[in-house]
Design a protein around this ligand. Sequence first.
Ligand SMILES: Cc1cc2nc3c(=O)[nH]c(=O)nc-3n(C[C@H](O)[C@H](O)[C@H](O)COP(=O)(O)OP(=O)(O)OC[C@H]3O[C@@H](n4cnc5c(N)ncnc54)[C@H](O)[C@@H]3O)c2cc1C
Length: 531
Amino acid sequence: MERRDGQVNVPKMSSLSARSMEFNRRWGIAKQVKSTGWPQTHPNDFVYCTSMCGYELARVKVAPYVERPLAYSPEPPCGCASIFYEPVLVQHIESLPSVSTKLRHSLDAFTQDADGVSATVTNHVTGENEVIRCQYLVGCDGASSSVAKGLGVTYEGVGTLTKSVNVFFRSPDLHRIHDKGWARFYRFTDGNGSWGELIPLDGKELFRLSTFEADAAFDADAAIRRLVGKDVGYEVRSVLRWDRQERVVDRYNDGRVFLAGDSAHANSPTGGLGLHTGLADAVDLGWKLYAVLQGWGGDALLSSYALERRPVAVNNVRACTNEYSFLSGLMGGPEIDQDSETGAALRKQWSEGFHEIHQWGGYQFNDNLRMGYCYEESPLIVPDGTTAPPLDSPEFVPVARPGTRAPHAWITPDRSTLDLFGQGFVLLRLGPDAPSGEGIARAAATRGVPLAVVDVPDPEIAALYDRALVLVRPDGHVAWRSDEAPADPASLIDRVRGTRAVAVVSDEGTMTRRFRIEDIDSIFERPRRGE
Ligand SMILES: Cc1cc2nc3c(=O)[nH]c(=O)nc-3n(C[C@H](O)[C@H](O)[C@H](O)COP(=O)(O)OP(=O)(O)OC[C@H]3O[C@@H](n4cnc5c(N)ncnc54)[C@H](O)[C@@H]3O)c2cc1C
């Protein structure tokens, strides 16, 4: 349910992380996302300058999307602002037969009891109110979440860091009058210090300025003149005031009501981690709710949501504040934008200092932060005693330790291991001598747990996963791995499905499917509305 009409008029999010793109790939929309928004052949540089027509202070070069394959992911990060991304997402959601959408509907209030949730809703098309009875409610309603308020959560973290402003404007001539070329981000430091960033959205004429701070007297026209450094024609589309925050709710759920995305955590956009964290929340909670509704998931599944996702959010919001402190703390100097000896010396000093501190590129490039986390403390995960690669390094080392994102490797030139995940559990049999996994498959089948057994003979992939049997959850995280079949497969399956109680739903083994790598296309069948 969404109170708007599914279109976004005010761009906030501008870049999708590699992990977010992996989810888009899973949902079958990655190609569409890549082809909308930021052109794939434009550079993705980060340019630091006094103004668009002023002096360049530093540049972090980042290759265009088409030249940027990643060893550890089938999907590099992608520039795609929310004005382009969300309509693609809405269209996809509306194509799913399992989903009914209610656009232009608002949630007004809710109550819950032992059996479900009653949501009071206003239909903005008819103006009428209705009460929707549901089994669960997930508040994905943003930083001013009424669901969070209804739950009476408290927030932990610094709270509001600054008051900021986004100015969304159109200027077909801007890119013609400066010498910086196309870049993903332009960040400004002038005589008054570091004050904001400009993001081109479509690689043509649409731009978004975000200031680091803005007082009540903020003047959008003056800000555009300041960032350009010359006169240029433009048309302001919207001005959005927003609070830059660092906070995470104390509880991710209460009974049948859950929070996901910005309703649970809010961070400074510096770092591009907001939607990245929110999408992963939805992926984590989605399969757990599905499992419970289908009858094969136990109570520990739903309580594991907060245990798995909250620590990730805490880490991410802090990282974004650190990045913000770094960027907004870059000192200017009264003559940094002047054609003078002092100005030149200041620029040189600025550039050397920047490169020294920022040599690894900041959180915007840190995929270890984005993908290296591990749900090791979760009751659903069976740790294997191995040591985690360090999280405080920007270098992401893909591993298949229980709790981590199962690593990417190409099975065929266009098929990733990640393409196997998303529909149910997957038991990978890696290398030539893997045990059969029959016991696990049988235990899953008797409990109604969807599980596919997939043989992956490739020795390089077997080495990457580092065990002969690897059990991957529907969200793509490793639940368990071993070189040997488990002594008690029933107890393993009960653990990963969040229950210790054995509920036998079938003796037939019908939920377990065995695949050879050549046949894996059939795992990817995605029902569409009307098909
Ligand atoms: C300037 C800026 C730049 C950013 N850049 C990035 C980036 O590059 N990468 C990134 O990953 N993240 C970025 N983010 C963060 C990202 O935009 C948010 O994390 C993301 O939009 C959160 O998604 P959400 O669905 O949780 O909340 P929202 O996007 O806020 O969506 C909540 C939705 O709920 C609807 N709603 C609210 N209340 C109700 C109600 N009562 N009934 C019905 N509907 C309701 C709203 O209309 C809205 O559509 C940025 C944020 C800002 C402010």
